[in-house]
Design a protein around this ligand. Structure first.
Ligand code: NAD
Length: 364
């Protein structure tokens, strides 16, 4: 079992971590225990957790909410507070969040705000939550249709990352998480990005060292800038253009996963990195070709380019309505200060649109 430290928060990683949970919880001497989960993790993940940590099945009260991003909202947050309050939870109670990023973010926020803060534990069950969402202390909910509008920074007391949960995850969800691992590999001066890419984000090719690389890279970045005033923003690589694709896909009822959208965003942002910062065209083309094998080309029309551009200009990451995508000068060297003009945004989307012909030819 690997143990990492994030300030006063412990991160345990490995197949056997759940077996140590009972003893860890006993040592905390909590007054009451709660497990927050969603309808999918109740079915797929709770049995494994209770088998490995039987004390929880005797002592913990379950709080179950419906699965999905649309449920990361005020209504479910209030439901969690209500159950805690009705069950007389106090400052010595512990909330265990068993699920993906939705459960982790919302449960973390519920715990951080209930009675001005009670301890919480994260047990991430998606690859995205293991590699990304469970590390770095961001908690929150969506509000008025806007993602993560309400929230705060608060680290979990501990994070237990057990890859056994990945066995029931869908391939699309796995690939979404693998994309975040790949993004993290591009942000560090390391050659593993190639190996990760050529493994094709296949669940059968999962490697524990990829996950550990992502966690340690994120910990290092977060340590220098917990509240995201500067350096932590590099984690948004692929996300500026990616969020525009994600919103378009939802608006047009042809949804793609978060990681899929980030992959398309990365294709765009690496192309712009070659134009603006002289990022290697060879590497950019290599990444683009492989990513579009994993995540099939998502077609966009002339009109979609206008919608994508408008969405980019409204992105909450913008500064004074100016768009600053994260760019790369080279692998492991990110740049945060390059503004992209409206004309350049269009140019990038037209570049992306032309890739359709190339990918069609490649598959012919
Ligand atoms: P999710 O929590 O909605 O999980 C995806 C789906 O997989 C859900 O339907 C869930 O019920 C199901 N599921 C979870 N574990 C499973 C398992 N082991 N087997 C079968 N099904 C399982 O979404 P996600 O992709 O894990 O996370 C996305 C969320 O994370 C977003 O809300 C995003 O804002 C947030 N996020 C937070 C941070 C952070 O730093 N806090 C970072 C990245 C993303």
């Amino acid at each position: 079992m690997l143990q990492l430290q994030d300030q006063d928060s412990r991160i345990f990683v490995g197949q056997e971590v759940l077996a140590s949970l009972d003893v860890w919880v006993e040592n905390l001497k909590v007054s009451s225990l709660f497990i927050l989960l969603d309808t999918n993790t109740q079915l797929n993940c709770l049995p494994l957790l209770l088998k490995q940590a039987p004390l929880l099945s005797q002592k913990a009260k379950l709080i179950c909410i419906p699965a999905g991003e649309e449920n990361k909202n005020l209504e479910n947050l209030a439901f969690i507070w209500k159950v805690l309050s009705e069950s007389l939870a106090d400052r010595h109670s512990l909330l265990i969040n068993l699920g993906g990023g939705v459960i982790g973010d919302m449960g973390g926020f519920a715990a951080a705000t209930y009675q001005r803060g009670i301890p919480f534990v994260l047990i991430p069950t998606t690859l995205l939550a293991m590699a990304d969402a469970s590390v770095g202390g961001k908690t929150g909910i969506d509000f008025r249709g806007l993602k993560n509008q309400i929230g705060l920074f608060m680290r979990a007391k501990a994070v237990f990352i057990c890859p056994l949960f990945l066995q029931t995850l869908s391939k699309a969800q796995f690939q979404s998480g693998a994309m975040e691992i790949f993004k993290m590999a591009l942000l560090v001066k390391d050659t593993s990005w190639k190996e990760i890419l050529y493994r094709g984000f296949e669940p059968t090719q999962f490697k524990m060292e990829d996950l550990i690389l992502a966690i340690t890279a994120k910990l290092q970045i977060v340590a220098s800038d917990f509240k995201e005033s500067k350096q932590r923003k590099i984690l948004n690589l692929g996300h500026t253009f990616g969020h525009a694709f994600e919103s378009l896909s939802l608006a047009q009822n042809r949804p793609i996963s978060h990681g899929y959208a980030v992959a398309l965003g990365l294709v765009c942002e690496l192309y712009f990195s070659t134009l603006r910062l002289g990022f290697s065209v060879l590497i950019q083309k290599e990444i683009e070709t492989e990513l579009l094998k994993i995540f099939p080309y998502f077609s966009i029309s002339e009109n979609d380019i206008c919608i994508l551009k408008a969405s980019l200009l409204q992105d909450k990451k913008n500064n004074n309505q100016k768009v600053y995508p994260v760019l790369l000068t080279a692998i492991g060297v990110a740049e945060l200060t390059q503004e992209i003009s409206q004309v350049e945004i269009e140019k990038v989307f037209y570049y992306y649109q032309k890739l359709e012909v190339r990918t069609l030819n490649a598959h012919a």
